[in-house]
Design a protein around this ligand. Structure first.
Ligand code: NAD
Ligand code: MG
Length: 402
């Protein structure tokens, strides 16, 4: 490997108060000579954002909820942090992401709410550490085209896509790749029958056996929608069709994905399940940075198992395959309906099996909506969200009266 070349990056961490955000800040703090968090952004939790400002001393703090601007400004002043500029709202965030405040962006907002800032970073030619997979599912072609036009480097942060990126050495799968295999832990309900999932609770669904993550992606891992979103994400990131994508369940979560080449070689990336590895790759690439993650002791782990995913028990994975094949607005509708369903499930309004049922109905109703432009995709997203709210209302109304 080449000798390390000095570099410095000014990093905007979007979704700073979340699981990925805190892992990113952990890695950044380990390399204060090379990395600095200059922008911290969060959704609505002002005290958590101010606590991060106290430790990381960014130049800018952004809260998504415009109603909380004064609260953020005053809390920063009370903490003796008036030098940090307070901002609120999506437009302010997009302007900071696109401007001089940063050269690198960790896109770790959860859900389609992350699309606008992801696109702003892609258009502005930033190094884009992309964790927000929903923006690729909703508008992947536009994000990739914007990055291509501006010269923005996208480094995938999802562990599977980061593994594939490492195996390829780039985002170009090209003609020499026979197949890309995404591994899946199988989530907390691996091995269960569909019928037995009828009554699972929120607490059971978010208790992931291997990864510690935010609530939305934890539920997506339990339904296997996460792997479905990741198939669509991989198709965009590596420019491969569904015929060259595959999913393998690997409960130990040590092999993060594999790439088959035409010569019969298979490369895989292995490591402990800790997102700081992927974030270090994104922050340092092509250099390797110390991440705080220990080495892998395969003897101690003993074995690596693999099995086929159960599409009957976990229909979300099938629905995502179908949405990928259908193209157009189908992935946007899949994503929006899933966000609505997961949110309702987390609030205890619908059951676990209602998640795939709602997504399937939303796809049947709106998968053929126009999808040529960003506006059309956002309209499809909105249609699917309204459809989902009506669906949830009808279902919960029925459940209450039953
Ligand atoms: P999380 O729920 O822990 O954190 C979400 C962050 O987004 C929080 O900081 C929250 O304040 C912020 N946020 C929420 N709504 C917002 C809005 N409207 N505007 C601005 N900020 C908003 O989620 P997470 O687990 O860190 O996941 C973040 C993203 O990374 C998701 O897209 C997820 O799929 C992806 N991802 C996460 C992991 C993981 O291990 N956690 C792994 C791979 C990919
Ligand atoms: Mg993943």
């Amino acid at each position: 490997m080449d000798a390390p070349v000095p570099f410095s990056r000014r990093v905007a961490v979007l979704g700073a108060t979340g699981s990925i955000g805190s892992s990113a800040l952990d890695v950044i703090a380990r390399h204060s000579d090379q990395l600095r968090a200059t922008v911290l952004a969060a959704g609505s939790n002002v005290p958590a954002l101010v606590a991060l400002c106290r430790s990381h001393r960014p130049d800018h703090a952004v809260i998504a909820d415009p109603a909380r601007y004064a609260e953020l400004r005053d809390a920063l002043a009370d903490a003796g942090l008036s030098a940090i500029q307070a901002h609120a709202g999506e437009a302010a965030l997009d302007a900071l992401v696109a401007g001089q405040a940063c050269d690198t962006v960790v896109a770790a907002i959860v859900g389609a709410a992350g699309l606008s800032s992801t696109l702003a970073a892609a258009r502005a030619g930033k190094r884009l550490l992309l964790a927000n997979k929903e923006s690729l599912v909703l508008a992947g072609a536009l994000v990739i085209a914007a990055a291509q036009a501006s010269g923005a480097d996208i480094v995938p942060i999802d562990s599977e896509h980061n593994a594939i990126f490492q195996c390829l050495g780039s985002r170009q799968a090209g003609a020499q790749v026979r197949r890309i295999i995404l591994t899946a832990s199988g989530g907390p309900f691996r091995g269960r029958s569909r019928a037995s999932l009828e009554t699972v609770t929120v607490a059971q669904a978010v208790a992931h056996p291997k990864w510690s993550m935010g609530p939305k992606i934890s539920v997506d891992s339990a339904t296997l929608m996460n792997k479905g979103l990741e198939l669509i994400e991989a198709a965009h990131l590596f420019d491969v069709g569904r015929e060259r994508l595959d999913v393998l369940v690997h409960p130990q979560s040590l092999v993060h994905s594999l790439v088959d080449f035409i010569d019969g070689s298979t490369l895989a990336q292995l490591g402990l399940p800790d997102m700081r590895t992927a974030l270090s790759v994104g922050l340092g690439w092509p250099q390797r940075l110390e991440s705080g993650v220990g080495g892998l002791d395969l003897l101690a782990h003993g074995r690596l198992d693999f099995e086929a995913p159960d599409m009957e028990a976990f229909p979300c994975l099938r629905l995502a395959w179908e949405a990928l094949a259908a193209g157009g607005a189908a992935p946007a509708v899949l994503n929006a309906a899933n966000e609505s369903a997961v949110s309702a499930f987390l609030q205890g309004r619908i059951g676990f099996l209602a998640i795939p049922a709602l997504v399937e109905d939303a796809l049947a109703a709106h998968a053929h909506a126009p999808a040529e432009t960003l506006e059309a995709l956002l309209a499809a997203d909105g249609l699917a969200r309204r459809f989902s709210q009506d669906w949830i209302h009808r279902t919960t109304g029925h459940a209450v009266s039953a």
